[in-house]
Write a protein that binds this ligand. Structure first.
Ligand SMILES: *Cc1c(COP(=O)(O)O)cnc(C)c1O
Length: 423
């Protein structure tokens, strides 16, 4: 039965059998018992599906994986210990040393550190292009060692909207998967597989959990990429650690998710904890309600900030004057999520404003029910040089406001009193 997204948020991922608990139980266990060595050998050889050790898979994490798979319309998902782990696991599944990825450069600060420094040390190069790059600019970066194109549905913190059709056309033409970090949009506001993405990444720490309880990440495999073009020998050729099995031949459209789990997750162990999966699944039951309210509140606050003379610039794709408004109408018609970036006159005003807020808290976080602010230049993007800051689209006077689900009038009152104080 085809379900609406609101129904899927509540119902997908777990169906109890007769007499079982109505909500998915928390299986806080490392291991699982079997009757014979033969049973366990079949699991190790990937001949049978089942749980044997929670580094690889756990029933509670599986419920969350099934929920996000259904919401995004993919074929399989892998839970990880954090969003950063999800990104690292994805790149490590696709690339060997010497390979490269082409990425839009308006990325989350943690991703910028990973891409610009840590991956480079491991021999994987990330080639950055502007988020509004032309097809030609994207293609110029691609060579026979390129293994994917990467972007964020809504950039953190610049809230630029990815031009899916342009990025996916270039990816398709060059036999490359389009990898999209859709943390800020969530499947409620945008479903990237419908626009040509092949792999979706979430920091579930943010809206999916929504309540600031659990760090976690998810990778969703769209099942819509052909790994047999010759660009991905690691997917088609025999894997020595599984008696010469080919992931592409054996697992077909779920080859990426199975390979990510059974090779890199197995070896690196950046596994999602069952407790975190349980809390995140619970949070996701209200995701559709929350994203609607986050988006409504953010648009109202965006309009309020736009009207204030202390605010020198503002970025929110829901605002008509925003350069990404047209793209947001196409890709985010139901709402543009809860994050606004804006600038006061200078760095001093920005920090004074943040210090004067009463209801809206200063926290290194984004995308939870409680409104919060952050100063990227001195926090999330602190490790970046001035030049890198500029490339990532961060200004010293920039404030990132994550709009929660409180009453909008209370939020406006708090912003107003803090703005009054910076004059
Ligand atoms: C927070 C965030 C990440 C990293 O996620 P963690 O769960 O903190 O590791 C990645 N991408 C985006 C867009 C984020 O906002």
């Amino acid at each position: 039965m085809k379900k609406h997204i609101e129904t899927s948020c509540v119902q997908e991922g777990y169906v109890p059998e007769n007499g079982e608990s109505r909500i998915a139980p928390l299986v806080q266990a490392t291991t699982f018992k079997y009757d014979s060595a033969e049973d366990v050998a079949a699991l190790f050889d990937l001949e049978k599906e089942g749980f044997f050790y929670s580094r690889l898979a756990n029933p509670t994490v599986d419920v969350l994986e099934q929920k996000i798979t259904a919401l995004e319309g993919g074929v399989a998902a892998v839970g990880t210990s954090s969003g950063q782990a999800a990104i690292t696991l994805t790149i490590a599944t696709l690339c060997r040393a010497g390979d490269n990825i082409v990425a839009a450069q308006n990325l989350y600060g943690g991703t910028m550190n990973l891409f610009g420094h840590t991956l480079k040390r491991l021999g994987v190069e990330v080639r950055f292009v502007p988020v509004n790059a032309t097809k030609e600019e994207l293609e110029e970066q691609i060579d026979d060692k390129t293994k994917g194109i990467y972007g964020e549905t809504i950039g953190n913190p610049g809230v630029e909207v990815l031009d899916f059709e342009l990025f996916s056309a270039v990816a398709k033409k060059n036999d490359l998967p389009l990898i999209v970090d859709s943390t800020f949009a969530t499947p409620v506001l945008c479903r990237p597989f419908q626009w040509g993405a092949n792999i979706i990444i979430h920091s579930s720490t943010k809206y999916l959990d929504g309540h600031g309880t659990s760090v976690g990440g998810l990778i969703v495999d769209g099942g819509n990429f052909d790994w047999s073009s010759g660009r991905f020998p690691d997917f088609t050729e025999p894997d020595e650690t599984y008696h010469g099995l080919s992931f592409y031949e054996t697992f077909k459209e779920a080859a990426f998710a199975v390979k990510a789990r059974t090779t890199i997750l197995r070896d690196i162990g950046c596994t999602m904890a069952p407790m975190n999966a349980w809390l995140t699944t619970l949070g996701m039951e209200t995701l559709a309600l929350r994203m609607e309210k986050h988006s409504k509140n953010a648009l109202a606050l965006g309009k309020f900030l736009e009207s204030r003379k202390e605010v020198s610039w503002i970025k929110y794709p829901g605002l008509e004057k925003d350069p990404y408004h047209e793209l947001s109408k196409k890709y985010l018609p139901k709402g543009q999520s809860g994050v606004i970036s804006f600038g006061l006159k200078n760095r001093e005003q920005a920090t004074k404003f943040i210090d004067s807020l009463k209801l809206i808290a200063l926290v290194v976080h984004v995308a939870d029910v409680r409104s919060c602010v952050l100063h990227p230049a001195s926090m999330t993007h602190r490790q970046l040089s001035d030049e890198e800051l500029k490339k990532a689209g961060i200004e010293p006077e920039q404030i990132r406001l994550s709009v929660g689900i409180e009453h909008v009038d209370d939020l406006i009152a708090d912003l107003a009193q803090a703005l009054d104080g910076v004059q």
